[in-house]
Design a protein around this ligand. Sequence first.
Ligand code: S3P
Length: 423
Amino acid sequence: MSIQRVTSKSRIRITISAPGDKSISHRAIMFGALASGVTEIEGFLPGEDCLSTIACFRKLGVDIAAAGDRVTVNGKGLWGLTAPGEDALDVGNSGTTMRLITGVLAGQSFDSRLTGDASIKKRPMKRVFDPLRLMGAKFSDHETAPFTICGRPLKGVSYTLIVASAQVKSAIILAALYAKGETIITESQPTRDHTEIMLKYFGADLKKDGRLISVKPVPRLYARKVQIPGDISSAAFFIALGLITPESEITVTGVGINPTRTGIIDAFISMGGRISITNRRTIDGEETADITARSSNLKGTDIYGAMIPRMIDEIPILAAAAAFAEGRTVIRDAEELKYKESNRIRAMAMELSKLGGQVSETPDGMIIEGGRPLFGTIVDSHGDHRIAMSLAIAACAISGDTFIKNSECVNISFSNFFELLKV
Ligand code: S3P
């Protein structure tokens, strides 16, 4: 276990580039593996989660060469994956790998076994198994990892998503590539649409009409060059840092600003955050920009409904920033946070309270009474990268040193986070 010390800071004036987008990095490897030809990826996130995706596809017979943020995937074609052998595919801590690969493997002509770390073994799979079972898929009885996927011929279905989840949606879309006939998915609330954007770019027959997504099987996907934007979920920590530390101005360059991901920017602006977005450009269908955050007098806010899926991974950092805002922040409709790498509602309420924050858990979110004096102490990441980084950012704006236990989990998505924080 590593313990990271974080000291109080002010007058931070830096420009940094965000690490590659985690969601898009996973998808670039997967779709590259299923395409015909060589996919070249730039801006890949070499974090532990995305490396788990590479390791799984290598076990499925795909030749992948990775050097830092550049990756070359020698695609095997839609039907070219090979049985993984005796060992289970290990997804590590990565929920995205587990859910999406299940969609790919359900329609194969071989069986596969999936496992992962202690946190992944608690994460729900029924939400993925249920729609895939309607398509004809078969799984071992276990509704959490480890489980077996018994490859079967699949058929297209019409399915309305019960949970607002991009991972579940993506698993169905990937299974639909292997299904006979058309699959139609209805989203109850919009979630990140990187799968739809990138699969179309790779030549899939996928159409979107409002909340409806339809997918028809195609004989092949085509390898592409992929440029991955910076991850707004990682940028959010430094944007928050700029807002809550005195006399600061922080710019994060090349950040993906896909509207399904920018809820955190809207939330910070609604709190009075001084944020500017410049240098907008679109690469491979994904819009990117530079984002600058300046020290701000934040006010409490209410976050609920359709905002939640647009900032699902940023609620911990929003909660941390809310502890420095004047007044109350109420987060509702966020029960999904209980099923992430940790129970993020409980973890943030518990750890911010240790720092002196007044935070109460509710069944579907939390209430933060902002503006209380906070003091450095010992806190715990709960083994969750986003909890570790949210606490570290809060620690920069309070008096005294803070010690974060189990801080090594930042390697999941942002391995140089603590180096960048030494400003
Ligand atoms: C992700 C979707 C979200 C998010 C996760 C990455 C993705 O999960 O929390 O970090 O890449 O599709 P859900 O779809 O389960 O909400």
